[in-house]
Ligand binder design. Structure first.
Ligand code: CDP
Ligand code: MG
Length: 645
């Protein structure tokens, strides 16, 4: 507990509480690691002026991992069991109870709570934390919370942010005062490379080892873009340390990324053994959401994975791009928390100045809005053009979202929510999935479709493909192939697994993902009951499943050299991991489009074009679905799996 008193925020405890008492909305700015996330909610809990036990304190986090790990930390600091007084709530996982007074949650969860409680009556304080991240859900929360604060004068709203953008937050919230927690920051020396690095992963590994061998004690933090890269980097580091053996001091290599099991996540916070050096290899989760003590050295290759969205074609892509200068500066700052530090940027000073954007574009301007538009419509917000956005989304993106919801039957031709739309909004999944789940009742295949939806929502992490066992892994995967397509393969895996660790291990299936899929499925099934959809199954063949799977919105037909999407005439390809990669059926429904090396359809299923007129006569014209030739097109997809990595 002594440690709490040494955090930069501690001397301002009383001032801060006074400011919160005096103002309804307060923007709080403080260097990452100053104690905003872990301490402010505790101060509020301890203060009777601000907090009666009747109401909850909610604190939003853009990331699931942060919500869980911070809740665990605060539970520990306050000496309660996680899930009792202090808990967390993330999609498909609720770790709270009747006793919970402080709830950390993802921003998306608080957004969904508006559906059941439009004035957030059960909260006395809402903290929108990590506001600078500007995630889609945080941005929507800004608008909604600003609105309810007008008539809920008893509600306190805190907007907490790293030292970025705070003036804009204040301005958006009608000039709310900004409370600044002065940073205690040591100087950080910044080093650039003289020439661009061809292979930044290799450059990271080399830099870590150089630091380890030549620099004074102090832990090291490396920023990479995602799980695969992080795992590769950790393996390379461990391998080289093994080879060097006792010639070097111990190097403790620890990964951190969103899908890492939570016991592994916790390890990054454990103290470094004497004489050793800790290296944490992280996604930009360690940029501002998590603070690891003892970091003196930062290695920044200057990249991050960023979502982008093409509103003309509806294609979402996750691409590795240079991060912004603001991000790079946050990363560097992580080195100067406990002592003077060093940041090694694996790019040139010129690149920093000329190739990086000043700040990151808010997510709302580069993502699909289907989900959020459905939610806002369900909250009775009809005029989205005039919604109070801090930064409005592009007009075309809004229009496309409205079109999609109309096609799915969630909105009528006036753009008003339909009964179907209302039920779709109850399910915390993408509109296409919720439509598919609701439609499955009529086709008597809800048992199967629920499983498919759950498997799709665990995000491409079902199959395990370690580098040294690629052939075995691919063979194992082939064994699950069933006619029809990937959705049916997923169903097959789920039904065969029996949730046995042994079975998963032998079949190169990620046990954790399976367990999660089961949780998701259970929850969806529970929700079905609430919206009175019968869970039925009476299957002789897979046709009904294929009719509703992915519903009908994303369709593509075989065309020269690949496929063309039916609605946008965009050229796309079957992903090489798909069970239909070789087969190339004439008509497909795909779950998602992703751009990696090409525009790939991921999770595809074969359909008969005639079905489209049956399930969506309002959306397809028979002319669009005429076959141009009766023969199968020659296969022209040149890439092999290995080329695609
Ligand atoms: O939110 P902010 O960045 O201002 O700081 P914080 O997350 O509240 O972190 C305050 C302190 O708690 C830092 O020194 C962290 O290292 C520590 N912390 C921790 O040790 N374990 C966690 N799971 C979370 C925070
Ligand atoms: Mg924080």
């Amino acid at each position: 507990n002594n440690k709490k008193h040494h955090l930069p925020i501690f001397p301002f405890r009383e001032d801060l509480l006074r400011a919160i008492t005096q103002h309804q909305i307060l923007v709080i700015e403080g260097e990452t690691g100053s104690g905003k996330t872990t301490q402010i909610p505790q101060y509020l809990m301890e203060d009777v002026r601000l907090h009666s036990r009747r109401n909850e304190i909610g604190c939003t986090q853009p990331r699931r991992v942060a919500a869980m790990s911070v809740a665990a930390r605060v539970a520990e600091e306050t000496g309660v069991k996680l899930g009792n007084e202090v808990g967390y709530s993330i999609r498909f996982e609720d770790c709270t109870s009747e006793r919970t007074v402080l709830k950390y949650m993802t921003d998306g969860m608080l957004l969904r709570e508006f559906l059941t409680e439009p004035d957030l009556a059960s909260y006395s304080v809402v903290i929108i934390d990590e506001a600078h991240e500007r995630t889609l859900h945080t941005d929507i929360l800004f608008g909604l919370i600003k609105d309810i604060a007008r008539f809920r004068s008893d509600l306190k709203v805190l907007v907490a942010s790293a030292t970025l953008d705070t003036e804009r937050f204040s301005c958006f919230f009608d000039d709310a005062p900004v409370f600044r927690i002065p940073g205690r920051r040591f100087p950080v020396d910044i080093f650039y490379t003289k020439a661009p690095e061809a292979d930044y992963l290799e450059a990271c590994v080399v830099s870590v080892l150089q630091i380890h061998v030549t620099q004074a004690p102090g832990d090291c933090l490396v920023f990479l873009t995602g799980q695969e890269e992080i795992e590769a980097c950790c393996e390379m580091l461990q391998e080289r340390c093994r080879r060097l053996g006792s010639k070097i001091a111990e190097l403790v290599v620890l990964p951190i990324y969103a899908n890492l099991p939570s016991d592994m996540q916790a390890k990054i916070f454990s103290p470094t053994p004497p004489g050793a050096r800790k290296v944490v290899v992280a996604t930009n989760i360690a940029e501002t959401s998590l603070t690891i003590d003892g970091i003196i050295y930062v290695i920044d290759p200057g990249f991050c994975k960023q979502k982008s969205y093409n509103a003309r074609t509806g294609m979402e892509s996750l691409i590795v791009t240079p991060c912004s200068r603001a991000s790079a500066n946050q990363r560097a700052g992580r080195a100067g928390r406990v002592a003077a530090g060093k940041c090694f940027r694996l790019y040139t000073a010129w690149a920093f100045k000329h190739e990086m954007e000043e700040t990151t574009i808010p997510e709302i301007q580069r993502t699909n809005l289907g989900n959020v538009v459905l939610l806002l419509k369900s909250l009775g917000i009809n005029d989205l053009i005039h919604f109070d956005f801090m930064d409005p989304p592009p007009h075309e993106t809004l229009v496309l979202a409205l079109e999609q919801l109309y096609a799915l039957g969630a909105l009528n031709h006036l753009g008003e929510l339909t009964k179907m739309g209302r039920r779709m909004a109850e399910l915390p999944v993408d509109p296409m999935l919720s439509k598919m789940i609701l439609a499955s009742e009529q086709y008597k295949c809800s048992e199967e479709v629920l499983t498919i939806a759950a498997m799709l929502s665990v995000n491409n992490s079902i199959f395990y493909r370690p580098k040294d066992k690629v052939v075995h892994a691919d063979n194992a995967r082939m064994n699950f192939t069933v006619p029809g397509g990937d959705h049916l393969v997923l169903l097959n895996v789920y039904n065969q697994s029996g949730f046995s660790t042994q079975w998963c291990y032998e079949n190169f299936i990620q046990f954790r993902s399976m367990r999660r899929a089961r949780d998701v499925r259970d929850q969806l099934e529970g929700l079905m009951e609430r919206i009175e959809v019968e869970v039925v199954s009476s299957l002789e063949d897979s046709v009904p499943i294929r009719k509703v799977t992915g519903y009908f919105y994303h369709t593509a037909r075989l065309s020269k050299g690949g496929y063309k999407t039916v609605k946008h005439q965009q050229t796309v390809y079957v992903h090489p991991n798909s069970s239909l990669f070789e087969e190339q059926p004439r008509w497909l429904i795909y779950h998602e489009l992703v751009f990696t090396t090409k525009e790939f359809m991921r999770q595809v299923i074969e359909i008969d074009s005639g079905w489209l007129l049956e399930v969506a006569p309002h959306y397809y014209k028979s002319k669009e679905l005429e076959d141009s030739s009766s023969k199968k097109m020659p296969r022209k997809q040149g890439k092999t799996k290995d080329e695609l990595g």
